[in-house]
Design a protein around this ligand. Structure first.
Ligand code: ZN
Ligand code: ZN
Length: 359
């Protein structure tokens, strides 16, 4: 079968790979119907995220200086957001059957360990740290492939609502990430104003805007240096405050840092009102990142940061999408076909969604 592979910065290709088979009774095989490009994928292909292939990773401890001087490089199986159809299931799988449409969370989680039972599915203790599809983290393969093995089908797969596959392609990662940044805080303070600081986590910030509007925030404000994303945010219902990462004069009960930039992080933290919640969804690859700890301390800002726990977030996300209140395709800037993936993933816009056959 074909599988998308990250070769090096600026270059992806399809390579032939052995099709996965069912090797344990709790597994399922699925075939993706629509695949989305994660914000992290865009950073990797453009060389803004420090991802290297596994043989080169060994160099990290042997020759750290040489390792740091290397260009980001593959190859590894690439692509991790998808909605799929179940092809076959192992003997112990009860929750899905062949023909079902399912959203596949990008992280691998067993559903049984203590962390999974607490909802911390991003850090399942049954698999290696940060195990996921399509990011060079173990042999789980890419979802931009003809067949994908789901190791814990009952724990991971969530049946999809009856909407277009295009609406569901990113639900198992970036949409869930935008949702977790606002949903529980808006549930605790209905109608509360939200500030989203946009940037490197391009679509996550805009999905946070969409989720905040859908969940009834009375005022969603947005700042972002990128003019195209500012225009898009306005179309989604946000009030655009400007391009500069700076403290806003009013304090917000809920703030989201999607900038992955220290100035954006500071703007979000400093714009959070006393006792408010600030969630940072961006990835800071630097060893140390400046943080305005004294103002955060003095104001009692509740600061949250983590990788999203995609499986835990999915039921609420899919209910919202199924109800028609959340329409993720409003963030999509390029629709293409699976065959076009090596070029489409290089698209400079916010969100790429690929479908089997014509979009
Ligand atoms: Zn991702
Ligand atoms: Zn687990």
């Amino acid at each position: 079968m074909r599988q998308l592979v990250f070769e090096r910065v600026g270059r992806l290709s399809f390579r032939e790979a052995a099709a996965p088979t069912i090797t344990a009774p709790e597994q399922a095989l699925v075939t993706p119907l629509a695949v989305a490009r994660c914000d992290l994928d865009a950073a990797i292909v453009e060389g803004r995220a420090p991802f290297r292939s596994r043989p080169l990773h060994a160099l990290r401890s042997i020759a750290p200086r040489l390792f740091r001087s290397l260009p980001f490089g593959g190859p590894f199986a690439f692509g991790h957001e998808c909605v799929a159809e179940v092809l076959s299931v192992g003997q112990e799988v009860r929750s899905v059957k062949p023909g079902d449409r399912v959203v596949v969370p990008f992280q691998i989680s067993c559903g049984r360990c203590e962390r999974c039972r607490r909802g911390v599915t991003a850090s399942c203790s049954a698999v290696p740290h940060a195990a996921s599809y399509g990011l060079g983290r173990g042999d789980w393969g890419s979802v931009m492939a003809d067949v994908v093995r789901v190791p814990f089908a009952d724990a991971m797969l969530v049946r999809a609502p009856d909407v277009s596959a295009v609406e569901l392609a990113s639900a198992g990662d970036n949409v869930a990430d935008g949702h977790r940044a606002v949903a529980s805080f808006l549930a605790a303070r209905p109608g509360a104003p939200v500030l989203v600081v946009g940037g490197e986590a391009m679509s996550v910030g805009l999905y946070a805007v969409l989720c905040a509007v859908a969940l009834g925030s009375e005022q969603v404000d947005y700042i972002d240096p990128d003019p195209a994303r500012r225009t898009l945010a306005e179309k989604l219902g946000a009030r655009v405050l400007g391009a500069r990462y700076e403290k806003q004069s009013r304090g917000y009960p809920i703030t989201v840092d999607a900038s992955a930039h220290p100035d954006g992080l500071a703007a979000a933290v400093l714009s959070t009102e006393p006792g408010g919640d600030c969630t940072s969804v961006g990835i800071y690859f630097a060893k140390r990142t400046p943080f305005p700890l004294l103002p955060a301390f003095m104001n009692g800002v509740h600061f949250h940061t983590s990788r999203v726990c995609s499986r835990s977030e999915l039921p609420a996300v899919l209910t919202l999408i199924g109800s028609g209140r959340l329409v993720p395709s409003r963030v999509t800037t390029l629709l293409a076909r699976f065959e076009d993936a090596p070029e489409a993933f290089l698209h400079r816009g916010v969100k790429v969604v690929l479908t089997r056959g014509n979009p």
